[in-house]
Design a protein around this ligand. Structure first.
Ligand code: 4AD
Ligand code: MG
Length: 507
């Protein structure tokens, strides 16, 4: 049996055999430095001509990126190595030479399309490796939380006979000659099961034909939908808070290495340990428009300050670049020049980010100031709103008109429903949508009509109100939105192994 990189600590000073692939390789006259990856992690391996002999050394020198090999060697402590250990090789065995691997270590050299077309290979890169491990940790955290809280996991069907979340983004299909749709949600089935089991959660793929190319929409995504009998929307919000806090904290505890690779600002994730502010929709839009301050902060002013800071940052960084360029021209040692050139490159990319902010913020301010009551929040509105809070924010009591038919009306105020969205900070936006469910069968029937939905496919659903109807609530967490937030990545295309979205069906 061979050993694994993530357990090198156990083998310090001893001989191990590792099996994996070349992540990166560099060759000197007498040494080969190979960064191996084996799925569990990354480890530097040193192959010295003096240790392995001329023939093996020549073999090692042929190792190209993503060639597969086994290495035998001693585990040596090395504080400069990321994982703290390196392998001093005594033998090498090659499985397969990879010729012209199409992805460079520095992914930034490729366009997004180049990488997305090669998703089956891209998954091997360090960033993607880290993201998939965080995703796995999130999944484990979700099951752990609900199982401990006494929820039953249920599987809801993927072929469905009705729409539940609006008819505009349905994927139609043919079910033995009858029209059917890929499930937009498992919720309605979850409601049925919760009347049998009390507290349940679904965990499955859901489908939305979102015909637009945005960083936060997939056509196929995974949703976790708990549904609880006898829960009000207030209890629902308590659960959303406790649940997301648990999952984030589990990742903080178990994914340190991964989050470091992703350069995630951990302090921004630790905000989940504060109480989540709960703001009714009408108050949220006052805050958004800058009509109401939060803890002395005004949403519009905060954006203006951010804009000024970005402009100042650009000025300072531009000056810094000019000074470094001048110094390089004046002549300096190779090491110092290389250092300064690298610094200039990174300053340029920081400037590009700030320039993007300078282009965006004025549009965001305009959208926020002109926000009309009854609209749904756009991406930038969520960013502007959450910016005045530190922790994730829950917005509740939404206008009836923009929410799904099954949401319960606020008592005495049918223009609003007891829906709730959880908005993650720093522009990550909506990660959870949920509500208390309508229990009044007459209201529900009317709502189905108002939404122009056919009654027949909902007859079974109405039975849940006919036989032992009880107050109940639930919510849906978008798994990929959660991965995006925790990993701190911009686009959902990196949060799922093989994304399915508008314009992308392969690989
Ligand atoms: O807000 P949504 O549409 O709510 C529901 O589907 C309810 N049935 C949930 C419930 O109460 N049981 O979707 C829930 C979450 C969103 O907050 C978002 O995180 C994610 O699902 N989501 C998407 N993720 C990726 N791509 C899309 N196209 C998504 N649409 C929704
Ligand atoms: Mg929603």
């Amino acid at each position: 049996m061979h050993q694994f990189i993530n357990e090198l600590e156990k083998h310090e000073g001893k001989e191990v055999t590792l099996k994996g692939w070349v992540y990166n390789a560099r060759f000197g006259a007498n040494h080969a430095f190979i960064e191996m990856r084996d799925g569990t992690g990354f480890a530097p391996c040193v192959v010295a001509k003096d240790d392995v002999g001329e023939t093996l050394f020549e073999t090692a020198k042929k190792l190209t990126r993503e060639s597969s090999f086994a290495i035998k060697g001693t585990v040596s402590k090395d504080d400069r190595a990321k994982g703290g250990y390196e392998i001093i090789a005594s033998n090498i065995e090659i499985y397969n030479y990879a010729k012209d691997y199409p992805i460079k270590v520095n992914e930034a050299e490729h366009g997004v399309r180049h990488l997305a077309d090669r998703r089956h290979l891209w998954l091997r890169s360090k960033r993607q490796w880290a993201i998939m491990r965080v995703r796995n940790e999130i999944i484990m955290g979700i099951h752990e939380f609900f199982q401990k809280e006494g929820f039953l996991q249920m599987d809801s069907p993927i072929f469905t006979g009705n729409a539940a979340e609006g008819t505009t983004d349905l994927f139609g299909t043919d079910f033995f000659g009858d029209p059917a749709y890929l499930a937009q949600t498992g919720q309605l089935y979850g409601e049925a099961m919760c009347m049998a089991q009390g507290k349940i959660y679904t965990f499955g793929p859901t489908f939305r034909a979102e015909k637009s190319d945005t960083p936060r929409h997939l056509a196929e995504f995974w949703m976790i939908e708990p549904e609880m009998a006898f829960y009000t929307n207030e209890m629902n919000m308590d659960l959303i808070e406790k649940f997301t806090r648990h999952v984030v904290n589990r990742c903080l505890a178990n994914c340190k290495n991964e989050l470091e690779i992703l350069e995630r600002d951990i302090s921004r994730l630790e905000t989940v340990n504060q109480d989540y502010p709960r703001v009714p929709y009408t108050e949220a839009i006052q805050i958004l428009r800058g009509e109401k301050d939060v803890n002395g902060k005004n949403a519009i002013q905060v954006q203006k300050d951010d804009l000024a800071a970005a402009q100042q940052g650009i000025e300072e960084k531009t000056k810094d670049i000019a000074e470094r360029e001048k110094a390089i021209k004046g002549g300096m040692k190779k090491g110092a020049r290389k250092f300064n050139e690298a610094k200039i490159l990174s300053l340029r990319s920081e400037i590009a980010t700030l320039e993007e902010a300078c282009r965006n913020i004025p549009k965001w301010i305009e959208s926020a100031q002109n926000f009309k009551h009854g609209e749904d929040f756009g991406n930038s509105d969520e960013t502007v709103l959450t910016r005045v809070f530190d922790a994730p924010v829950m917005v509740y009591n939404w206008p009836t008109k923009i929410k799904a038919f099954y949401m319960k009306e606020v008592e005495g105020n049918p223009d609003y429903v007891k829906g709730v969205d959880l908005l993650a900070p720093d522009g990550y936006g909506e990660v959870v949508g949920g509500s208390e469910r309508e229990t009044d069968i007459d209201v529900l029937v009317q709502k189905i009509k108002d939404h122009n939905l056919p009654m027949e496919p909902f007859e079974w659903y109405l039975d849940l109100r006919r036989f032992g109807s009880v107050p109940h609530s639930g919510f849906g967490l978008g798994l990929e939105r959660m991965v995006r937030w925790i990993c701190g990545i911009h686009h959902l295309r990196e949060t799922i192994p093989f994304p399915r979205r508008y314009g992308r069906l392969l690989p």
